[in-house]
Design a protein around this ligand. Sequence first.
Ligand code: DAH
Length: 346
Amino acid sequence: MTNTQQQIKELEKKAHRELVEIQDPSALEAWRVLYIGRSGKLPEMLRNVKNLPDEEKRIVGKEGNALRRDLEEAYEEKRHAVSKDQEVGLPRVALPAGGAKWGHLHPLTLSMNRIIEIFSAMGFIIADGPEVEEGKYNFDALNIPLDHPARGEGDTFMIDPKSIGGEKDIVLRTQTSPMQIRSVQSMHLTPPFKLIAPGRVFRREKADATHESTFYQFEGLGISETISIADFKGIVAEFFTLFFQKEVTVRLRPSYFPFVEPGFEVDMSCVFCKEGCRICKHTGWIEVMGAGMVHPNVLKNMNIDPEKYQGFAFGGAIDRLTMIRHGVTDIRMFWSGDIRFLRQFS
Ligand code: DAH
């Protein structure tokens, strides 16, 4: 390779490398003047070709002209790209630098992370599972009979089995409770163990200030030979104390869920008042989750012997805890995409 050919190669490399970095029209114009403008580096080089020996003249002339076409094309392409950026008003050109804000996690993600952190520290493992779930896990294995009202199309988003080329009964999970059986099966768990499964759930309901068709729950499950309601009570009191960063006590009220026996609602002492306020509806207690001792049928569905083992299960709504913690009065704000709302959680 002759000296001039070498120079052409280097010029080519340098010009392309610099062009890639360019983001605004004035820098592009400077590039054009420097490389392909009338007094630019390439035309100057081509002007000198006439002084070369005949043999070299031909080769270098050809290569130099090819490079000129190449750079002109690259320039046109870049010009197009840069002016497009300007049309859509990309701030790097249209606005002075500065003023950009750091992003941050969504309040529900922050709560979920906090829940995971607290339970992990207490020795719970974390399980994750599908949002599109088999009816078998969402209902049957949880001892929810076919004629249970929650199984109707009125409450559940059903997936047409034909649309997925199968026969199976498929739904958008209405609760994280199917994760009880699913995690034990998929992670091959044998007692003793404790787990939580946070995740998104779906209900076919009209949205209002306290209901959304999409929200987040966290499911808990703890099984051993001796684990008791007293253990459960201690664990959740500790959880809520850490979550709300305020000493709380919990109380259990009898309730019914098909997958536990006995079942109860869990209330925590109001984190805002001592003598009654609007949040606790002047009772001093706030309802925070459903729970119970795992029903023997559900243990059987996990392949765990109900004669030998027992366990607690609980389920709470992450949206609700987040609303209580931050005084959010309308659940729909979480999905509103309203940046003024979201910025408050940075
Ligand atoms: N899955 C129930 C719901 O969505 C909440 C629940 C209640 C979960 C009792 C449990 C439980 O694990 O034991 O309303």
